[in-house]
Design a protein around this ligand. Structure first.
Ligand SMILES: [Zn+2]
Length: 249
């Protein structure tokens, strides 16, 4: 069978055998795939330094009828986003974005919007400071594309429009969004400013995220709200979340 050439981003890699690697890629043509890169640890000729995180590459893949594990026969860097490696916050945000795409992206369903979102995130982190506002926009955009965005404009308990009554709102992850004062519990409450910021961030693209500058308190509440939303959606806490909390940016 003819090999498939597609733009790809590395999500993770695991060493296997004596010199092989099993890589998980998100690709433009095939969506998320796993592939074996034979001899990747011994010879850098075929894969070069391209088989690294945050690098946009052209992948050459051979699919196999007997296995869902493809064979990676070539991998060439197109854009390495070198700026990310110069800033610990950028590395952490890029790692988290990568891990989140891996967690939310099912295998074998091509979704160019998810591919483009992650690529845009790397591009911005390579040249602009890493901000928590942009990270929140990334989370919200990714959840929206995956059909998992929290409901923000009407109460998930009673269906009431809550946009004009932000004073007594809460977030109920189990029910998938915002709850009004009658439907929520006190421990679910979020401040009106946090709700307003969440609503605004959900309308923005990654490149516009810098337009919004939030107070430390709102930032912290948003981070906790989104962390709880994602932990509920994925079913576990992501590894890179702890590093982000330490940086608190
Ligand atoms: Zn309600």
């Amino acid at each position: 069978m003819e090999p498939i050439h597609t733009r790809a981003l590395l999500l993770k890699r695991v060493d296997t055998g004596e010199s092989d690697r099993v890589v998980t890629l998100v690709t433009e043509e095939l969506g998320k795939v796993s592939a074996i890169a034979r001899g990747a640890r011994r010879s850098r000729k075929r894969f070069g330094a391209a088989l690294a995180l945050f690098v946009l590459a052209e992948a050459e893949l051979r699919t196999r009828t007997t296995s869902s594990l493809h064979v990676l026969t070539g991998y060439h860097a197109l854009e390495i986003h070198a700026g990310i490696s110069r800033d610990i916050a950028a590395i952490t945000h890029a790692s988290y974005a990568t891990e989140l795409v891996d967690a939310l992206c099912p295998k074998g369903h091509p979704d160019p919007e998810i591919f483009d979102l992650l690529l845009e995130m790397y591009g911005l982190l390579a040249v602009e400071p890493a901000t928590s506002e942009r990270l929140r926009v990334f989370e919200l955009r990714l959840l929206t594309i995956a059909g998992l965005a929290p409901q923000l404009s009407v109460c998930v308990g009673c269906g009431r429009d809550v946009f004009n009554e932000p004073e007594r709102l809460g977030m109920d992850m189990g029910r998938g969004g915002v709850v009004c004062g009658d439907c929520g519990r006190p421990d679910q409450a979020i401040a009106p400013e946090t709700y307003g910021a969440l609503f605004e961030l959900a309308q923005l693209g990654l490149g516009d995220a810098g337009k919004l500058s939030l107070s430390d308190r709102v930032r912290r509440e948003l981070r906790n709200t989104m962390a709880a939303t994602i932990e509920y959606t994925v079913g576990r806490q992501l590894k890179s979340v702890q590093f982000i909390h330490k940086l608190s940016r």
